[in-house]
Design a protein around this ligand. Structure first.
Ligand code: ADP
Ligand code: MG
Length: 241
């Protein structure tokens, strides 16, 4: 579903992604971890071309993203959901309106059908009673669940998460992880940047450790946590304890 082929990214002279190869099969859940500044956000932003590749290519469902023109790029982006650390909800729209907006504007779904889909998804993330609430009236965990519902509403075939729980107070992390657990077992392909090693251990098919733009470890969770091969991985895991 996603194949990184010798992917490189430079910001001017700064070489932040330095030759990444990685294959993710349909339905797999892959957790990416690594120190701050190692290139995790850049790597997943490259998948939907929020950042432009410097070299190499990424195939999404067989399609090369390097060669996409703007129209196909827009189409690709509707198939890839992105959940950010900062939820990025529109403050002047209700939870329901945040979900229906793109459905109506981008997918041209009728208001009635868009509302039905929003209601269904708010229920799925445990917020059936918050349809009319504005972001400022919701906790961080609730806002992130609305953001996830909004992403799901587009019915993407791939979900990208960039540290979805890092901006949350500790007591709210669990409710977001519960939603992510539900998604991970639903069969959708997920690429998740997170430091939540409990999630990785329980739900990842593959855990990837990157450092300075290079993959140092790529293993099943059982191997990753029990016998990490690289000293940097061991050091990273120790720091998280
Ligand atoms: P991570 O998500 O692992 O913390 P990032 O992908 O955000 O790492 O950043 C990797 C490196 O690229 C860092 O050195 C960061 O400062 C740099 N970087 C990230 N985004 C930009 C940008 N837009 N312009 C210049 N440098 C950037
Ligand atoms: Mg980051």
């Amino acid at each position: 579903m996603i194949e990184f082929r010798d992917v490189h990214k430079f910001y001017d002279k700064l070489h932040v992604i330095r030759g990444i190869d990685l294959s993710i099969t349909k339905g797999e859940v892959v957790v990416i971890c690594g120190p701050s500044g190692s290139g995790k956000s850049t790597l997943i932003r490259l998948v939907n071309q929020l950042e432009i590749l410097s070299r190499g290519d990424i195939l999404v469902d067989g399609q090369s993203v390097a060669s996409l023109r703007s129209r196909s790029l827009r189409q690709l982006r509707t198939q890839i959901g992105f959940v950010f650390q900062q939820f990025n909800l529109y403050p002047h729209l209700t939870a329901e309106q945040n979900i229906t907006l793109a459905l109506r504007k981008v997918l041209s779904i009728t208001p009635k059908d868009a509302t039905l889909r929003a209601v269904e998804l708010l229920e799925r993330v445990g917020l059936a009673d918050k349809r009319q609430a504005y972001p400022a009236q919701l906790s961080g965990g609730q806002q992130q669940r609305v953001a996830i519902a909004r992403t799901l509403a587009m019915r993407p075939k791939i979900l990208l998460f960039d540290e979805p729980t890092s901006a949350l107070d500790p007591e709210m992390i669990g409710e977001v992880l519960t939603v992510m657990r539900d998604l991970a077992t639903s069969g959708i392909t997920m690429l998740v940047v997170t430091h939540e090693m409990g999630f990785a251990r329980e739900l990842a098919d593959l855990v990837v450790f990157i450092d300075q733009g290079v993959i140092l470890e790529n293993a099943k969770p059982s191997d990753f946590f029990l016998s990490p091969q690289h000293p940097r991985t061991r050091q990273f895991l120790r720091q998280l304890l």
